[in-house]
Write a protein that binds this ligand. Structure first.
Ligand SMILES: Cc1cc2nc3c(=O)[nH]c(=O)nc-3n(C[C@H](O)[C@H](O)[C@H](O)COP(=O)(O)OP(=O)(O)OC[C@H]3O[C@@H](n4cnc5c(N)ncnc54)[C@H](O)[C@@H]3O)c2cc1C
Length: 423
């Protein structure tokens, strides 16, 4: 069978590409190896489908530290506000939550995925499920797609939308990199991003702080000169292997990039009380010590930070938690407060890519035309979504990138195919 456009992969980028191709008059086929479409899309945002983000374009790009600037050009054609209009146009009401994150008002991922499936049907896109693509062959006029059962399809334009390698049980097993290489593309080194970090610090190994969550802390990744490379103020948690939680996920790609430079360990700096001034804290603790000299130091400090962390710090400084305030040296208080504001420790790795939310690295964006998502190296070949070397924070930014690049890939794949067929 021959098609104007064949799209491989039924994630957000492939679904959007199929819709855009069909809207532009192409005879379109979407191939998906799994039993469902949009599996990863459906589990995003804690299973409620974080379809996009409402922040201004400039902010969205800032939240995509992995080559977000590449998206300026695609955004001039289709941006996050167009995504909102697109879903609302299909009857999917969206609501804004914290940090601009957009969700369906139903709080159900099914609403989003079903609307996309309905649109494919309305536009007459052929969809084949449980159809893994095994290989692709590029030719002068048409490309050939070889399926697992050995059967073949031909396409004037081919859109590769098979995602990265993170969470492979959703179907994204990195199949597309070999097909990109075959067309001459460069795949930059792949690494986990939006991922928990591991540490061999004593307090991690002996599980002193395991399970302790900290709210609204400021976490930084430090460079070789001990200067912050990036800082995020969010929640975090100590785990049995290291650290996790929103602030850690956001910092992770910066730590990973430092480790990739050959550093064995990367220092992290934690400010447990970022909104409080160190000297004022010391002053107020010393005051309450003066007022209540018979209170234990543990009781004096109670409430300024989580008890487990305070216990740990007192122990680390070999202090008896029951020691009376009157006998505690001022310097000790300064040290404890300094530790709360400047808690430094190292990380030495991450959980594996299969446990990361997002794949870092991918097809070099230098080899892709930003306004069309077309390969610069092969006619009739388009890429979109996480397979590209573009990666952002969770919060709708990766999905925005997938939907925007998918829109452009599908639209331009159709334009090229229909134009070449002389229709
Ligand atoms: C748990 C989790 C939560 C997330 N939360 C967020 C979030 O809140 N915000 C955010 O922005 N991002 C989030 N992400 C990331 C986001 O979901 C992905 O970046 C996005 O889904 C990528 O879209 P994609 O279309 O490129 O690829 P995918 O969604 O990975 O889709 C690729 C599709 O291609 C199919 N496929 C693969 N190989 C073949 C083959 N050989 N033949 C046929 N089909 C094939 C796969 O089965 C899959 O359906 C999250 C990811 C995870 C894992």
């Amino acid at each position: 069978m021959s098609y104007d456009v064949v799209i491989i992969g039924g994630g957000p980028s492939g679904l959007m590409a199929a819709i855009a191709a069909a809207e532009n008059g192409a005879k379109t086929m979407l191939l998906e190896k799994g039993r469902k479409l949009g599996t990863k899309l459906a589990i995003s945002g804690g299973g409620r489908c974080n379809v996009t983000n409402r922040l201004p374009e400039e902010e969205v790009i800032k939240h995509i530290p992995g080559n977000g600037k590449f998206l300026y050009s695609p955004f001039s054609v289709f941006n996050n506000y167009d995504i909102i209009d697109f879903f609302e146009g299909m009857g999917v009401g969206l609501k804004e939550e914290d940090h601009g994150r957009m969700f369906p008002v139903t709080n159900s991922a099914k609403t989003v995925v079903n609307a996309l499936i309905g649109k494919l049907a309305e536009l007459g896109v052929e969809v084949r499920m449980k159809t893994p693509v095994k290989a692709v062959h590029y030719d002068d006029t048409e490309h050939t797609i070889i399926l697992d059962d050995g059967s073949k399809l031909n396409a004037a334009s081919l859109v590769i939308a098979v995602g990265g390698k993170a969470v492979p049980h959703t179907g994204s097993t990195g199949d597309g990199y070999a097909w990109a290489k075959k067309a001459g593309h460069t795949i930059t080194e792949l690494y986990p991003t939006e991922v928990a970090l591991t540490s061999d610090e004593n307090f991690i190994q002996n599980k002193s702080l395991q399970g302790l969550s900290l709210r609204n802390v400021s976490l930084s990744v430090l460079n070789k000169k001990n200067k912050p490379l990036i800082t995020h103020q969010m929640d975090m948690i100590f785990t049995h292997f290291g650290i996790s939680g929103p602030a850690v996920l956001r910092c992770s790609q910066f730590a990973v990039k430092e480790l990739m430079k050959g550093r064995e360990e990367v220092p992290m700096l934690l400010d447990v009380l970022p909104d409080q001034h160190e000297d004022q804290m010391v002053h107020s603790i010393l005051k309450s010590m003066e007022e209540s000299p018979k209170k234990s130091i543990k009781n004096i400090l109670k409430g300024i930070a989580p008890e487990r962390l305070l216990d740990y710090l007192l122990e680390r400084h070999k202090m008896d938690a029951e020691q009376k305030a009157a006998t505690v040296a001022k310097e000790t208080i300064r040290t404890i407060v300094h530790n709360l504001k400047h808690f430094q420790f190292t990380v030495n790795g991450t959980l594996p890519l299969k446990k990361a939310f997002v794949t870092g690295g991918g097809i070099s964006i230098k080899e892709i035309v930003p306004k069309t998502m077309q390969s610069k190296l092969m006619h009739g070949l388009y890429f979109c979504g996480e397979i590209l070397n573009i990666h952002g924070y969770t919060g709708g930014y990766n999905i925005t990138s997938a939907l925007v690049t998918g829109r452009l890939a599908g639209m331009n794949a159709a334009i090229e195919a229909v134009h070449n067929s002389g229709n």
